[in-house]
Design a protein around this ligand. Sequence first.
Ligand SMILES: *Cc1c(COP(=O)(O)O)cnc(C)c1O
Length: 361
Amino acid sequence: MQIKEQLKQLKPYQPGKPIEEVKKEFNLDQVVKLASNENPFGCSEAAKEALQTEVQQMALYPDGYSAALRTKLAGHLGVSETNIILGNGTDEVIQILSRSLLDAGTNTVMANPTFSQYKHNAVIEGAQVREVGLVEDGCHDLDAMLEAIDDKTKIVWVCSPNNPTGTYEPEQKLIGFLEKVPEHVLVVVDEAYYEYVTAEDYPETIPLLKRFPNLMILRTFSKAYGLAALRVGYGIASEELVRSIEPARQPFNTNRLGQAAALAALGDQAFIEECVRKNREGLKQYYDFCNGHGLDYYPSQTNFVLIDLKRDADELFQALLEKGYITRSGNALGFPGHLRVSVGTKEQNEGFLKTLAGILL
Ligand SMILES: *Cc1c(COP(=O)(O)O)cnc(C)c1O
C-alpha cells in the first residue's frame, strides 16, 4: 500500500479533551470545558423541540439538498437558495473547496496562526501552503498576503474574526484587499464567529458578493447557534461558484437532525441576541481580570479570548485541567505562553478566573 506522501507529515486533529475523560482521569465531579468555543448556554429550545419530532424519521435518508433549511437560510441571509452550499460543519466546506481547487502545482495563501483546517486540507491535496505571519495586533497582514499571491495561487483564506486571536479585519481594509486580489484567486472569508461580532466597522460581506464573484463566505451553526454536535455549516457565494463545487459534496452530507435543528434555531434570533449579550459580559470578566493582573490579551470579537500568561502554557493547561477546567494551550495554536479560553457562563468564568488566580500566585 502507498499512502499519499503528504499524509505522513500530518497528525489527526487534536480536539479539546472531552469532559467525561477528564472527570475520570482526575477523579473530579465537576469539569468545565472552555476549549472548543462551544455555546455555554446550549441551543434554542425551538431546536430541541424540532429534534424530538425529527428523531421519529431516523430510518430515512436526509434531504440531500437540505431544501427546507436552505429556503429558511436564504431568507434569513437575503440571498438566493442557489448562493448556498451546506456542509457537514464548515469544516466540510473547507474540505470541499480544497478538493475542488487545490492540487500539486498550485498554492494557497493563509495567515499564521489561523484556523488549522485550511492548511491541513491543502497539504492533503498536495498544494503548497504559503503562510503569512499575523501583524502585532493579531490581524491578518493583508498586504503581505497579496504579495504572496502568484499565478498558481488558487485560494486565499481570511479568518475574520480570526481563530485563535479573536481579532477581525475592518471593512475598508477587507474591501481594499478584495479589490486587489486577482480574479483567478478565490477569497474565502471564514466568519464562524459572525453572530458574536459587535465591532461597528466589521464588514457585512454578503452585499460584496455581487461585486466580487471570487468571494466565498463561511458561517456555521456550531458556535453561537450552539449546535456543534449536529455538524451544519455553510458557504455563501455566487451561484456559479456554488454550482461548480457542488459535485465535490457528499450526497447526504448534512443529516436530518442537523437540518431540522438548524432550521428551528434560525427562527429564534432572540436566543442568539441573548447569548451575544451574555458573551460580551463574559468577555468583560476576562478583560477585567487581565487588566487587574497586568496580563496582555487580544481584544476579542468572538466567544473566546487569547491571553498572554508569559509562562509555559502546557504546564498551565495541565494545572487547570487537574482542577477541572479544560482550556487550549497556546503552544499548539502558534502562541507559546498564551492560553485560549472560551467564554463560559458567568459562574463558569468566575470559577475559572479564581482557579487561574490561585495558580498564578
Ligand atoms: C469552529 C470553527 C470552524 C468550524 O466549524 P464547524 O462548522 O463546526 O465545522 C470553522 N472556522 C473557524 C474559524 C472556527 O473557529
